[in-house]
Design a protein around this ligand. Sequence first.
Ligand code: HEC
Ligand code: HEC
Ligand code: HEC
Ligand code: HEC
Ligand code: HEC
Length: 442
Amino acid sequence: MRRAKLILLASASLLLACSNRKALDKEALMDPAACQGCHPDAYREWSGSMHAYASDDPVFIALNAFAQRETNGEIGDLCVGCHAPMALHVGATTDGLNIEDVPRRLRGVTCYYCHQIDRIEDDHNAAFHLADDDMFRGGIGDPVDTEAHRSGTLAFHDGRRGESSALCGSCHDVRTPSGLQLENTFAEWRESVFAQGPSPVSCAGCHMPGRSGPVAEVPGAPVRRLHDHSMPGVDVALSPWPEAPEQLQAIQRDLRRAITATLCVQPGTLGPEVVVVLDNVLAGHAFPSGVTHARRAWVELVAFDGEAPILISGVVEDDEPIVELEDENLWLMRSRIFDEDGTEVHFSWRAKTMETTLLPAAVTSDPTDPRFSHSVERSYPLSILPSKVRMRVQMRPIGLEMFDEIIESGDLDPAVLDSVPTHILAGTEIEWTDADGLGCVN
Ligand code: HEC
Ligand code: HEC
Ligand code: HEC
Ligand code: HEC
Ligand code: HEC
């Protein structure tokens, strides 16, 4: 029912611009490099994004190869369906094993793929229909004519419209062959306050901020809202890649604002304690979201008596897996996945069930609703009141222990590990000292 409505909305708002034959041939339409001359900003931003990198990522290549072997090929085109959808679409690959030989223009999530979507058939696993014509769909509304391609407007490509979240959502919700709902960013967004009301905040509304400028570098092009295509999240390129320093900076900028922290020191009912409260204020979904079985976000906290630490939690070296820390107080935000025997596993295709410890998104803006407060708190017991406490939240795109098996199997070069960053969420760096008095600081 909902699906039928999506399709209807799509065709109702499609305006055909101009039907003359256009200059770019099929191969050029599919080649991001052919857009660079007229859309230099979109091209530059996209070229550094994880969308462009999605099938160059050495971890992706290694995991896909490992999965194909372990499932005797049953995993099929699942992974490339989202990570190299154009290569699959034109038949340049069936299983991604030859991805390094596929022409560059077909790798990753490309301009053509997103801008040719004219129908969305389901809400997960990249169930898209492509028009495969010479028209690029966007959100402009009154595009000027160009000799390069036709232009058309579709709600799916207009970040001001809630429907546009479905364009991101069908890739950002992943269901495994066993039916496990592994990645749930779209489902989380749909339940959140951001999806509600007359003017919802779409994925693009947050992830593609606008600025003024011409959409195309051609004479007479009007000044419009130009939307950022770099889409920084958490993940970074692990091999040399364009725009890498800019991506890292943007990730840290966005992570700084994503969640807030409050640090309290109090006598407690069972003895002195430190209480940490984390609030997912800005993510339109859980935090972390998406590949949460790989993500590791955790609280680092140290309490001192004078110079002597009396409680240490979540402190690891840069090359040390956080899950291997022996730390009964550790606050780790992630998902754990289990096979049919209930044994914890690393890889999604082995998983049947999942448990999560994520920070939920806001679901209502009504302060009288009991669900209004969605912050999460943890207590750290102490033997004596401290004189100083320091905390911060840290995050890794992928847990270092996830690499063990794919390194052992020879699929992944261990040197890749050195490039996995540990992000510090600067907005959660807090220090309490006894000068603040018992109570909370943030
Ligand atoms: C010769 C210049 C030129 C080239 C090359 C070009 N475009 Fe465009 N494109 C334009 C112009 C002009 C517009 C309309 C701009 C406006 O109205 O402000 C446009 C608009 C668009 C839109 C918005 C459509 C809408 O109605 O919202 C998309 C999406 C787009 N182009 C994608 C691409 C892609 C992808 C490529 C590369 C395969 C490409 N363009 C190559 C000139 C070009
Ligand atoms: C992951 C999907 C995706 C990919 C990949 C993508 N775009 Fe877009 N693009 C969008 C969405 C969504 C919008 C509309 C944003 C909005 O309205 O908030 C957009 C908008 C545009 C526009 C209209 C102007 C604007 O900024 O709103 C142009 C032109 C464009 N994209 C060109 C490109 C080019 C060129 C590439 C490749 C180099 C590309 N896009 C890759 C999703 C994508
Ligand atoms: C064809 C599938 C597809 C579509 C459509 C798509 N994405 Fe993605 N997206 C991916 C894949 C695959 C990755 C991960 C690439 C990687 O890290 O190797 C990704 C990565 C991202 C990231 C970075 C995640 C991180 O942890 O660093 C963000 C943010 C993002 N996408 C937002 C969006 C938004 C917003 C839209 C809609 C405008 C969208 N995506 C549409 C497949 C897609
Ligand atoms: C209200 C703003 C907002 C909306 C709406 C929103 N996001 Fe996010 N998103 C964020 C923030 C803030 C973060 C955390 C900072 C970061 O990772 O860049 C984030 C993180 C992410 C990430 C990184 C995953 C991780 O580990 O946290 C992905 C992927 C993503 N968003 C995709 C989406 C998609 C797809 C949608 C729509 C279904 C969406 N977002 C809607 C704000 C938003
Ligand atoms: C329905 C689309 C979809 C399918 C199917 C899919 N992925 Fe992804 N994958 C994504 C998206 C979206 C992201 C980024 C999400 C985020 O950052 O939260 C991602 C991220 C990743 C990452 C980056 C993890 C990190 O944190 O650095 C790897 C590696 C990966 N996927 C491998 C695979 C493999 C291997 C398969 C097949 C077994 C697969 N994916 C199937 C959409 C998909």
